[in-house]
Every structure is written in C-alpha cells, then in structure tokens.
Design a protein around this ligand. Sequence first.
Ligand SMILES: *[C@@H]1O[C@H](CO)[C@@H](O)[C@H](O)[C@H]1NC(C)=O
Ligand SMILES: *[C@@H]1O[C@H](CO)[C@@H](O)[C@H](O)[C@H]1NC(C)=O
Length: 387
Amino acid sequence: MARPGHTAWLLLGAAMLLFASAATAQDCLSATFSGGRTFGRCNSMPTLGASLHWTYHPENGTADIAFRARSGTDGWVGWGINPGRLGMAGSSVFIASQDGSGTASVLMTNLDTTSPSLQPATLKFGVPAGPTVEYSGGAYTIFATILLPGNTTQQNTVWQAGPLSGGNIQPHPTAPANLASTQRLDFLSGSSTGASNSRLRRRNIHGVLNAVAWGILIPTGAIIARYLRVFESADPAWFYLHIACQCSGYILGVAGWGLGLKLGSESVGVTYHPHRNIGIAIFCLATLQVFALLLRPDKKNKYRFYWNIYHHSVGYSVIILSAINIFKGFDILKPATGYKTAYIVVLATLGGIALFLEAITWPIAIRKRKRDADKASNGTAGWQQGA
Ligand SMILES: *[C@@H]1O[C@H](CO)[C@@H](O)[C@H](O)[C@H]1NC(C)=O
Ligand SMILES: *[C@@H]1O[C@H](CO)[C@@H](O)[C@H](O)[C@H]1NC(C)=O
C-alpha cells in the first residue's frame, strides 16, 4: 500500500521535529545584550521562555550571569540558587519587577518558605557586582556577578514568573510550567538536569506527535481525498495516499494521545478538563473513522450516500477539534514561540492549498458530474458522492 507516500510523510514529521528542536536550541545562543556584554555559555530553560547566560571564572569561583525571561509589563520574573535542595523553599533569588511608570528594579531576597515575606535580604551567596535589571522587548534581563555557593559549579537553580498588582509582586501561578521551573545546572559544562526534565521532554513529545498527526497528517489526507480524486488520472492513487496519511496520522496520533493521558494521570491535582475531553472526543471520532473504512459500502450501494455524509462530517469534526485542541495544548505547555508560529504557518499553508485547489477543481468537478449524470442511468456517482 502506497509506501512512497507513507515514507514521505514520516520524513516530513521527522523534519518538523528537527526544525522544532533546532528552533529551541538556537533560542539562547542568538541573544544579544545591552552595553556589548557577552557571555560564554547559555542554557534555554525548559519552561517559561527563560534563559540563563553566564561566564564562569574558575580562578575566583564567580560567574557573571544574565537571566532573561519573557513577561508583560504587568509581571515579574525571578532567578536564584538554592544551596540546600532542588526547590523553591530555601533559595536565594533575584526578582525583577516594575512600577506603574515602567521603572524596573530588582529585589534580592531569601525564600524561606513557599509563601515568603519578600523582604530585601543578604543572599546565601556573595554578590560581588550588581544586580541590575532591564526591561525591553517584552522581557526582563537581570545582570549580576555571583559567588557560586560552596565554590562548586553544580548548583540547584530555580526561576519563576508571575503577575504584579499595582507594582506589588503577587504569587506565581501553579501551572505545570511554573511548578517545573527548577534544574541542576553545571556552570562549567553548561549541562542541566532536573526532575522536571524527563516529564517536560515527554510533554514536548506529546505535543509534537499530536501536532504532526492530528494537525498536519490528517488534514493533508483530507485535502488529498477532497481534491486529488477529482482528477481521473489520480484514481486510485489518491485513495491509497489518503489511507496512508490517515493511518499514519491515526497511529502517531493515538501514541501521542496515550502519552497525554499518561501525563494527565501523573499530574496530581492539575487537570486540564477541556484539553482532556476534546482529546478523548477526537480519539473516539477518529476511531469511528477507522471503522468507517472497514464498513464502507460499495460505491453502487444505496447507503453509500449516507455513509459519505457520515464519513465527511466526522472527518471534518476531527480536523476542527484537533486544531482547537492543539492551541489549547500550546496554552498549557507554553513552549518557545517558534512552535506555535510553525504550527500557525503550517495551518495557513494547508488552508491556502485547500482554497487554491477548491478554485481549480470546481470546474473539473462540475464537468465530471455532468458527464456522469449524462452517462449513468441509475448511478449517483458525482464527486460529492464519489469514492
Ligand atoms: C574555588 O576553587 C578554585 C579551584 O577549583 C580555586 O582556585 C579558587 O581559589 C576557589 N575560590 C574560592 C573563593 O574559594
Ligand atoms: C574573578 O576573576 C575574573 C577573571 O580573572 C575577573 O575578571 C573578576 O573581576 C574576578 N571577580 C572578583 C569578584 O574577584
């Protein structure tokens, strides 16, 4: 069955994955800083659109750091080190915020508990220079020189973003991205590991699998079925291409869906009801489509007309629900903006191709229907009812 088509789609999927991971890897390397400051290493944090840039000086155990994180003017961001454990309580942090006039400032404080007093304090590590802060282009950047606690390069780091109210720092949200914002960072090698990393990686795999399967393969298969079959020379190739797209989309999509359910069951206390329910509905409808293929009446069968209506309405519902759910997923995962933009570009391209094909196939379809009606005495084979 149409192996070339199948392979092409797998290649496209792989290319998307590569593109997406390259986009995030580039994020921190391309950053520039005011005053011509440069840093030897950087790390794109897995959550909250944050990155840390630093130069480590082994001779005196200090690091010049720049922490950058996206935020609106009505938000704060923070970064710090916890000398004791990986987590918020016990950490010493820099928190950047701004007042009503847009003047940014940075607070140094110790977070003794998970509901800290936020009083200015001397940190648990030395701060030989800074901190200073800038807000521009929708992001804060905190600059400081720090003495790495214990004179060791492996540190428990934390970062966060939250809202301001009248210039006052408000508690951060408890979305998974906010709860997963800790990692152990090696200032010498730049490598990072965190309890959150494996889970976050699986969330990203869930997102990419589902976006490729439900967001690209399935709509492409529908476009092939709707427009290619109008050309007689494409018969029956379009059918096999359609099946190849939908089957590979379904298999990848069910894998991504299963991973999503598993992630959902693991996240105690946080359930995204609409995302989860739409996901389950998509799975049920798509599974119906697989049965539809098996129960498809013959072209001449009088029930074929009703089967077509059913097949098309379920199919279009899956495509629309998938697009909605992918955007809901972006809202939950809050990945680097590259992902969302890439998906919007793909969606717009598919839409553009569909519109273009709609325009060029209409006249052909009408001619074909006329011809079929002329030659068929009992048939109802037109392009709407065909296949
Ligand atoms: C930190 O350790 C390095 C060797 O790893 C040493 O050269 C340096 O003097 C130490 N710095 C401090 C402040 O103890
Ligand atoms: C640490 O060492 C670097 C490189 O020699 C130097 O530029 C920096 O000023 C030193 N920092 C402190 C606080 O001594």
